[in-house]
Structure formats: C-alpha cells, structure tokens
Design a protein around this ligand. Structure first.
Ligand SMILES: Cc1cc2nc3c(=O)[nH]c(=O)nc-3n(C[C@H](O)[C@H](O)[C@H](O)COP(=O)(O)OP(=O)(O)OC[C@H]3O[C@@H](n4cnc5c(N)ncnc54)[C@H](O)[C@@H]3O)c2cc1C
Length: 184
C-alpha cells in the first residue's frame, strides 16, 4: 500500500541541475538511490524502498511523491487500513524531511506560517459569475468552496461570508430563467 503526497514550492531548475550532474541517479520517474542510501545509513530514512518516484502535476512548483510503502496489512480489514494510514503518514514525514535536507530543489518546499493581507479600506474584489458555471455541465451552478479559482484566491473565498454570497449569487442566477453569464 502506498500513500502518495504532494510537495509544494519545488524548484524545478535546481532539481534538473542535479539530474544533469548525476545522470546515473535518475531514470524516467525514479531514482536518487545514492542519496537514499546516504540518508538510510545516517538513520534518517527507514523505509522498505531503495528509490524515490516523483511525478509532475500541471502546477509548475508542485510535485507528487510516491515513496511510502506499507506491507503486511490486509486491504479488507478496517483495523489494518487504519494502521496502514498511520504508518504511511509517519513515513511521509520522514520522506519530506529527507527531500528537504538531501535533494536539490526541495530546500524551500512546504513552507510554514500564515500570511494575512488586508484590502485597503473601501476596496473590495469581485468574483466573476463564470467561476460559478461549470464549463461542460449545463443547468448547474456551484457555490462555496467548489467554485473555480486559483489556490491563492481560494484561501480568501473559502470563508463563510463569501461562501454565502456565492450561494446567493448562484441561487439568484438559477432563479432568473434564461439568464446565463458569458463563459469567457
Ligand atoms: C475547522 C474549520 C474552521 C473554520 N473556521 C472558519 C471561520 O472561523 N470563519 C470562516 O468564515 N470560515 C471558517 N472555515 C471555513 C468555512 O467554514 C468553510 O470553508 C465553508 O463553510 C465551506 O462552505 P461550503 O458550502 O463550500 O462547504 P461545506 O460547508 O463543506 O458544505 C458542503 C456540504 O455538502 C454536503 N455533501 C458532501 N457530499 C455530498 C453528497 N454527495 N451529496 C449531498 N451532500 C453532500 C456536506 O455534507 C456539506 O454539508 C473553517 C473551516 C474549518 C474546516
């Protein structure tokens, strides 16, 4: 069993330079054998795999990591599944620490802290109605967290007052028969 996870703020160019300098350490979507050996010898990785698999999602600075492995559990047992998830999450923490410390490109991944930015008094932002209209489904409007937006915008519009406002907008839009907003 494998629990995949994503690392963010990944520096693609730094990782590409490492691969170029160590052509024997990466093949297709997996590798880093030498660094895994080094971290294992230092007691910083204790996992049932000898390599790391990385997959690039569409976002430029994100990366999917496939490296956890849980063995000796039964997929039909709820107790085993709970234990597997617990073990996989412990592995995940180890792997994230390994990537940050050993692998070029991950030094600044997984940031911390909270950034709050207030709009200047009297200013506001709009949410275009097209964010509430799924592109390929007719006769459906969405509201709240489901609307279409960027990761950054989501951090603001996910809160209750805005979720309620988009709910009201969606209902008003559906209520006005024949009124559809432009999609672009
Ligand atoms: C711990 C926590 C603290 C928060 N604190 C604040 C705060 O202080 N202030 C603030 O403004 N915001 C806060 N938020 C954020 C805010 O509450 C949520 O983002 C917001 O309520 C999301 O609204 P929503 O309508 O998009 O989703 P939800 O409120 O999650 O509504 C989705 C609904 O869909 C239902 N559902 C799911 N699947 C189906 C299905 N298949 N069929 C039918 N129904 C289904 C669910 O049961 C749920 O009722 C907090 C969120 C969390 C988790």
């Amino acid at each position: 069993m494998t629990l995949m996870f994503r690392m963010v703020e990944f520096e693609r160019m730094a990782f590409a330079s490492y691969r170029k300098a160590h052509p024997d350490q990466w093949r297709g979507v997996h590798g880093l054998w030498e660094l895994v050996r080094e971290a294992s010898a230092a007691g910083e990785l204790a996992l049932a795999r000898e390599d790391i698999l990385l997959f690039g999602p569409p976002h430029e600075r994100d990366l999917s990591v496939n490296r956890t492995r849980v063995t000796g559990v039964l997929g039909t047992s709820v107790w085993d599944l709970t234990q597997a998830e617990w073990r996989a999450r412990r592995q995940m923490r180890q792997i994230a620490a390994f990537l940050r410390k050993y692998v070029p490109g991950f030094e600044h991944s997984q940031g911390k802290g909270t950034l709050l930015r207030q709009l200047p008094s009297g200013e506001s932002y709009d949410i275009p109605l097209r964010c509430l209209l799924p592109q390929r489904v007719d006769r459906l409007t969405v509201a709240g967290r489901c609307i279409s937006g960027t990761h950054e915008a989501h951090s603001s519009y996910r809160v209750m007052p805005i979720a309620m406002a988009t709910g009201q907008a969606a209902a008003t839009c559906r209520g006005s028969s024949g009124v559809r907003a432009p999609r672009s």
